[in-house]
Design a protein around this ligand. Structure first.
Ligand SMILES: C[S@@+](CC[C@H](N)C(=O)[O-])C[C@H]1O[C@@H](n2cnc3c(N)ncnc32)[C@H](O)[C@@H]1O
Length: 273
């Protein structure tokens, strides 16, 4: 489940640049801002919660991720921001799965290293989010069931869970090719080329791919093998129902377009029953 994309510091440091121009936060940020307490599952570099705090969110913000290199980026952001603001920080991940609320009361962001099998929150959050297609990291059915059950437990009665997953019918993996490689700058300003290569045969259900990072300024390329699971809307709703979460809203795009067969994403807001 954990690949070098997220656990290697030299690669994780590129993540935010690779996500430049993302539209999903225009959808998620208002949800976060209107919720008193928020859990971000698979928070990665913590960008969403950091933006929420900077936008004035006053309540509890907690980011959970098993990848230390990604969480290190999140922590660095809160540290940098703390230097300019009266702003708390947490370094819960330094001690593994333990989580702590350090910093100045409700201005702290909790960063928790681990996954949902390592936590036991009970009715603590008004909203849980899972952004950046982190939902697709749950490849095995049992892993997804465990995760959804833990998310339901973490939500207060009537709490909401918002997430997206790529629509398998849109076949996004067909564009994960060398022709669609992108270039970003690393921390030293070196140009890094990032290219995907999908393993064949590809059944469009469980997709294995390699991401290769190359730079003229690096000694050698870096490569990471990943696996993601594609699930359609009916399957998603079925897993949610099995976990005691009912689909309340579903969209096919970040501007809340209706979900169709060709929508790129399946964006769901579910509520704890
Ligand atoms: C594509 S990144 C998305 C990060 C962030 N949510 C965003 O929107 O930018 C996927 C994240 O899911 C995390 N992840 C992988 N397996 C996970 C699990 N079992 N539980 C929680 N997070 C997981 C990875 O470490 C990675 O940070």
């Amino acid at each position: 489940m954990r690949d070098r994309l997220f656990t290697d510091a030299s690669v994780a440091v590129l993540y935010d640049a690779l996500c430049a121009g993302r539209q999903d936060f225009d959808f998620y940020l208002p949800l976060v801002m209107s919720a008193g307490s928020v859990l971000d599952v698979g928070c990665g570099t913590g960008e969403l919660l950091c933006r929420a705090r900077q936008a004035g969110h006053q309540g509890r913000l907690c980011g959970l991720d098993p990848a230390d290199a990604m969480l290190e980026q999140a922590y660095a952001k809160t540290q940098a921001y703390a230097k300019t603001q009266a702003y708390g920080q947490a370094r819960a991940y330094a001690t593994g799965h333990a989580h702590a609320k350090a910093g100045s009361g409700q201005t702290a962001i909790e960063w928790v290293l681990g996954d949902l099998s390592a936590v036991s929150w009970e009715r603590e959050f008004d909203l849980a989010v899972m952004t950046g297609n982190a939902f697709q990291e749950f490849v095995a059915d049992d892993a997804l069931r465990v995760a959804l059950a833990a998310i339901r437990s973490a939500l207060v009665d009537g709490g909401r869970f918002a997430f997206e997953t790529r629509n398998p019918a849109a076949r996004a993996w067909e564009e994960w090719t060398a022709e669609h490689a992108v270039e970003v700058l690393d921390a030293t300003g070196a140009v890094v080329r990032v290219a995907h290569d999908v393993e064949t045969p590809c059944d469009g259900d469980t997709v294995h791919f390699t991401t290769t990072f190359t730079s003229p300024d690096w000694d050698r390329p870096q490569a990471s093998r990943s696996t993601v699971r594609f699930r359609g809307a009916v399957e998603v709703a079925s897993f949610l129902a099995g976990a005691g979460l009912v689909v309340e809203e579903q969209y096919g795009g970040w501007l809340r377009q209706p979900l169709t067969d060709t929508s790129p994403d399946i964006i769901t807001i579910a509520r704890r029953r």
